[in-house]
Design a protein around this ligand. Structure first.
Ligand code: KIV
Ligand code: NA
Length: 278
């Protein structure tokens, strides 16, 4: 399988082919996503919430993102991989921004990076794209700024917020971004943004009018015990319950000595050339 290229990603907008993006953070999640035919894997800094157990994405480091990107690339060698630049790593001046993004590409193996922010990032995006680093923007609710915004609420409800979002989207396109994630934006505004730029919009909690959709792996699978119900999420499985009951059964069987059985054991007389794999 061949990873989606930038030109083919952009062409999906005009061809009216919905772009399917899903997050992944490790080898098995990436492998299963590739096998299921996901167009783009996002190594999101939601890593901090769903894998590392932080309350926000703010504590996630560049090293965390590189480490997890490497595992994802090994699991999905035929899929476009986009990695989030974590908190502040693209706000420390042009040299640091370029060095940090280059590490995500070179050491991590990502094909592109994603940055949270609008028009104020135009210089950074021009710098990265001119160095051969493709960039996806991310506007609307930007979780790295949660301490600034003061909570997770729908963006673009007032006309001044809506105008700002629209001009941010245009600025991202102008600066050379090849796509824009719209998070927690009213359906009407997300559709308006989608119509007013030529690069694809990928929505999360942004309604039906975007060029593609993105969701978090652990959310669509209900994988983990702290996965809250969110209006924007649809869960297609309940893996958390499946895992918990399987582990509970294992715990119980060891304690009651129901496991291991004779068939899991290696008697002396057969053990000399017995394989462990069957
Ligand atoms: O980190 C993440 O998972 C994201 C998506 C929700 C867009 O940024
Ligand atoms: Na993110």
């Amino acid at each position: 399988k061949q990873a989606l290229t930038l030109p083919r990603f952009k062409a999906m907008k005009s061809q009216n082919k919905p772009i399917v993006m899903l997050t992944a953070y490790d080898y098995p999640s990436a492998m299963l996503s590739e096998e299921a035919g996901v167009d783009v894997i996002l190594v999101g800094d939601s890593l901090g919430n769903v894998v590392l157990g932080y309350d926000t994405t703010v504590p996630v480091t560049l090293e965390d993102m590189i480490y997890h990107t490497r595992a994802v690339v090994r699991g999905a060698p035929g899929t476009m991989i986009v990695t989030d630049m974590p908190f502040a790593t693209y706000r420390l001046g042009p040299e640091a921004t370029l060095r940090n993004a280059a590490r995500i590409m070179q050491e991590g193996g990502a094909h592109a990076v994603k940055l949270e922010g609008g028009a104020e990032l135009a210089d950074e995006i021009r710098l990265l794209t001119s160095a051969g680093i493709p960039v996806i923007g991310h506007i609307g609710l930007t979780p790295q700024s949660v301490h600034q915004i003061g909570g997770y609420r729908v963006q673009g409800k007032t006309s001044s917020e809506a105008e700002k979002l629209l001009s941010d989207a245009k600025a991202l396109e102008q600066a050379g971004a090849f796509g824009v994630v719209l998070e927690l934006v009213t359906e009407e505004l997300a559709a308006a943004v989608t119509h007013s730029i030529s690069i694809p919009t990928i929505g999360i909690g942004a309604g039906r009018g975007c060029d593609g959709q993105v969701l978090v792996y652990h959310d669509i699978l209900r994988y983990g015990s702290g996965i809250r119900d969110k209006k924007m999420v649809k869960s297609y499985a309940n893996i958390g319950d499946t895992i918990r009951s399987a582990i509970t059964e294992y715990v119980d069987e060891v304690r009651t000595k129901a496991f291991p059985e004779e068939k899991h054991s290696f008697p002396l007389e057969q053990s000399s050339n017995q394989s462990i794999s069957s």
